[in-house]
Ligand binder design. Structure first.
Ligand code: NAP
Length: 199
């Protein structure tokens, strides 16, 4: 699959590393243009290329990996998503305690991506941990996934499983997203293994 990544910093390159290891192609982008990503693409290796934000966001599946304060800027002005899948890896840190009744950060992202089937994932672990091979000998590293579209989640969790992760579907963006969003989600930072059943 050709996967676009908007935001080519720590988390964008960690996700790219795993996708490339799984045989996918990635197009990475930032706000300054592909010419600023030459070293990043060289470091990522075969299968990686740099593009504009529009190039990356036009892919079959897109990962958003920009600072939480830059999500609107990164998404606004893009064409309608036409049902394509947008995986929101961002975290929005707030200085005040979160209002439990407020929308989740990924619901806010979805408002800026009309027509996208938004999934929240890749946000609950440090980038360096996410970049590691998720097959850990006696099990597979757990990744949490939430989203409102069952078919999109099925496609995405199959992709994660093929990469060696153990995805856990937490439900919709509102109820599931609340469980793995910063700062108060109880699953943030939980680095779990799903153990391989022993015969
Ligand atoms: N680092 C972690 O361990 C970690 C773990 C889990 C989740 N996260 C979340 O993942 C997101 C990214 O974190 P990070 O640590 O990878 O940040 P980072 O290293 O600062 O990278 C951010 C990337 O986004 C790009 N960017 C910024 N504004 C943009 C815009 N308007 N349009 C397109 N690209 C833009 C930046 O490039 P330019 O400035 O050149 O445009 C840069 O490539 C954050 O929301 C963070 O909370 C991070």
């Amino acid at each position: 699959m050709r996967i676009g990544i908007v935001g080519a910093g720590e988390i964008g390159t960690a996700v790219a590393t795993r996708l490339l290891a799984g045989g996918h192609e990635v197009v990475v982008s930032n706000s300054r243009g592909p010419q600023t990503l030459t070293d990043t693409v060289t470091h990522l290796g075969d299968g990686a290329s740099a593009g504009t934000r529009e190039d990356a966001a036009g892919a079959e599946l897109v990962v958003l990996a920009v600072p939480g304060t830059a999500t609107a800027q990164a998404l606004d002005g893009l064409p309608d998503w036409g049902g394509r899948v947008l995986v929101d890896a961002t975290n929005l840190y707030t200085s005040t305690p979160p209002d439990p009744a407020a929308e989740t950060s990924s619901e806010a992202v979805a408002r800026h991506a009309p027509g996208a089937r938004v999934i929240k994932a890749f946000n609950h672990l440090f980038a360096a941990t996410l970049a590691e091979d998720p097959r850990r000998g006696d099990g597979n590293r757990v990744l949490f996934v939430s989203g409102d579209d069952a078919e999109a989640k099925k496609l995405f969790t199959e992709l994660l499983t093929a990469l060696g992760f153990a995805p856990i579907d937490l439900g919709g963006l509102a109820e599931g997203g609340r469980l793995h969003q910063v700062p108060a989600g109880p699953l943030v930072g939980q680095d779990l293994l799903r153990l391989t059943p022993q015969p």
